[in-house]
Design a protein around this ligand. Structure first.
Ligand code: ATP
Ligand code: MG
Length: 315
């Protein structure tokens, strides 16, 4: 394998290689990622929306030259959707074919039936979903498996994951146990709309992904929207940081900061002014109550704080 694509050798190395792909990690996240790779343990990331949880899995795949296999969790997700199911239609067809052939040749009997039953539960009829694909021993390189937004799946689903997370294997009653030749890199994320079971968390290394401080957010913006005027970026970061101090239903994440910067550039804004802010709040805030609360005098108050914050930085 290409030496550049091998696992990082230190926390610094992890940090540098994430940065090289424009992912700006906190030191604590770089440490957890480094340890998860070294100890071959799944990484469990919980945190606010739009703070880089999904992105870290994509970045790790690129960084290590691994394919990314993504399991998007949702209500009602079950084993058939996440791991495997038998292709009933093909199995039925096979049975019909066997019956027709046996009738024609007037053979069959119990030996033929047993053989057929065995064949019906062979790999040929197995439909592999994300979890099984991730531990397929035929994989040339172990992939990055992203189990995204686990809190959206129903609680019983978590029990399916335990075998995968601790032993990197899945037992299929009719078929046997499928075990990864080499363990995949597993990243689980949750927005914490509910608590994930301790049994899942215990098998993982845990990291809470919070909102970035001003310095890191500025660094992220510089990398993700490189063409943004510097004065504008500084004001945007200061504004979003202050906005996150307001009691709102949904605070803006990094994704929203990036989007807002792009929006303001489209409008050729060079600095933040009250009117532009009021008219573009929908890029940052997605609830009418939040927008109504900020629009007008609150936005003016925040802009005044931004003016003081950026002046203080300039000094
Ligand atoms: N640390 C970071 N460094 C660079 N870019 C980042 C970082 N964190 C977030 N981003 C940017 O923010 C965007 C949104 O991040 P991502 O989709 O990973 O959020 P998330 O935490 O998975 O959110 P959600 O919970 O809503 O799914 C990314 O596409 C990326 O551009
Ligand atoms: Mg996500």
């Amino acid at each position: 394998m290409n030496a550049d694509l091998q696992a990082p050798t230190s926390i610094d190395d992890t940090e540098q290689r994430l940065l090289a792909l424009d992912y700006v990690p906190e030191r604590a996240l770089a440490t957890t990622v480094f340890l998860a790779l070294r100890l071959q343990r799944p990484l469990f990331l919980e945190g606010e929306p739009g703070t880089g949880k999904t992105e870290i899995a994509k970045t790790l795949a690129a960084m290590l030259g691994r394919p990314l296999i993504r399991l998007q969790c949702h209500e009602g997700l079950d084993l058939a959707g996440a791991a495997y199911e038998w292709n009933y239609a093909r199995q039925m067809l096979e049975i019909r074919l066997a019956e027709a052939t046996h009738e024609a040749q007037d053979q069959g009997g119990s030996g033929g039936r047993a053989k057929l039953a065995q064949e019906l539960f062979s790999e040929r009829f197995l439909v592999k979903r994300a979890l099984l694909q991730a531990i397929d021993p035929a994989n040339p390189v172990p992939p990055v498996l992203l189990i995204d937004e686990l809190d959206r799946a129903d609680e019983p689903f978590e029990a399916f994951l335990l075998e995968v997370l601790s032993d990197f294997q899945i037992t299929i009653p009719e078929y046997g146990t499928v075990k990864a030749a080499a363990p995949p890199i597993v990243v689980l994320t949750s927005n914490r709309t509910r608590e994930i079971h301790d049994a899942v968390k215990r098998r993982c290394l845990y990291h809470w992904v919070g909102f970035p401080d001003a310095a890191r957010e500025a660094q992220i913006l510089a990398r993700r929207v490189p063409g943004a005027p510097q004065a504008l970026s500084a004001q945007i970061v200061a504004f979003v940081q202050r906005l996150r101090e307001v009691e709102l239903y949904k605070l803006p994440g990094i994704a929203e900061t990036i989007e807002w910067t792009r929006a303001l550039m489209e409008l050729d804004a060079l600095v933040l002014d009250p009117e532009t802010v009021n008219h573009t709040l929908g890029v940052l805030l997605k609830y009418q109550d939040d927008i109504a609360k900020v629009q007008g005098s609150e936005a003016a108050r925040l802009l005044e704080q931004v003016r003081r914050d950026t002046e203080a930085q300039g000094r």
